[in-house]
Write a protein that binds this ligand. Structure first.
Ligand code: DX5
Ligand code: ZN
Length: 220
């Protein structure tokens, strides 16, 4: 089994001490920075945009995993590439021409991700799975941190994993929303490769230790 990656979500960081929190992630066992961009249209919340990501990128020493919760994501592919994004994820529900969008992301030298809302069937990716580097399964409704994990996610992970294997694809499965030490092991057993964790990490009294524990649990 390949190594399971941990991606702390900066949405739950202390924005007044952003550099401190970025350094904490740099010095931790975490693998990626998960950066949530929300536009107040695709989701009922607005998070942060380019200037904040630019500041994070200046200090971050790990993979930048940008999750776009925005309409018309194609308009900003070049911009996020220029900011130093390594993995760029768009929502299936916001993409009219998903295949074209995936090619455009890769043409900018980034890995291409597709996020699915809890109500969206993984079956809808059957014809594009070989073009997708990462599928982000939303285990909460996107828009806010700190929500509780939707149990149906386990079944979606298993179904998606079977599809990836059947198609001979090398797509990674990322889980986003409500991830804690209570569901991490079961998610990995089901086929998850990347675990995003926001409030579970940043509301802990020792975030760095919490990342280390989660990483150990996921890889045990
Ligand atoms: C939700 C975001 C998540 C969020 C996860 O819309 O996509 O990445 O930050 O936060 P937690 O881990 O607190 O559910
Ligand atoms: Zn996210």
């Amino acid at each position: 089994m390949s190594k399971i990656l941990i991606a702390p979500s900066i949405l739950a960081a202390d924005f007044g001490n952003l550099q401190r929190d970025v350094e904490m992630v740099n010095n931790s066992d975490a693998d990626w920075f998960h950066l949530d961009v929300m536009d107040g249209v695709f989701v009922p919340n607005i998070s942060f945009g380019m200037p904040v990501i630019k500041s994070i990128a200046k200090h971050a020493s790990k993979t930048l995993d940008v999750h776009l919760m925005i309409v018309e994501p194609d308009r900003y592919i070049k911009t996020f590439a220029a900011l130093g994004t390594n993995v760029l994820t768009v929502h299936y529900e916001a993409s009219t021409h998903l295949h074209r969008t995936l090619q455009a992301i890769k043409a900018e030298g980034m890995q291409a991700g597709v996020a699915l809302n809890p109500h969206t069937s993984v079956e809808l990716l059957r014809d594009t799975i070989q073009d997708i580097d990462l599928v982000c399964l939303m285990s909460v409704n996107p828009g806010f941190g700190g929500q509780s994990f939707i149990e149906n996610t386990y079944a979606k992970v298993r179904q998606l994993k079977a599809m990836i294997t059947e198609r001979g694809a090398s797509t990674k499965i990322e889980i986003d929303g409500g991830v804690t030490n209570k569901n991490a092991a079961q998610l990995v057993t089901a086929g998850a490769d990347v675990l995003v964790a926001g409030s579970y990490v940043f509301s802990a009294s020792n975030p760095s230790q919490t990342i280390a524990d989660l990483k150990k649990l996921a890889n045990s």
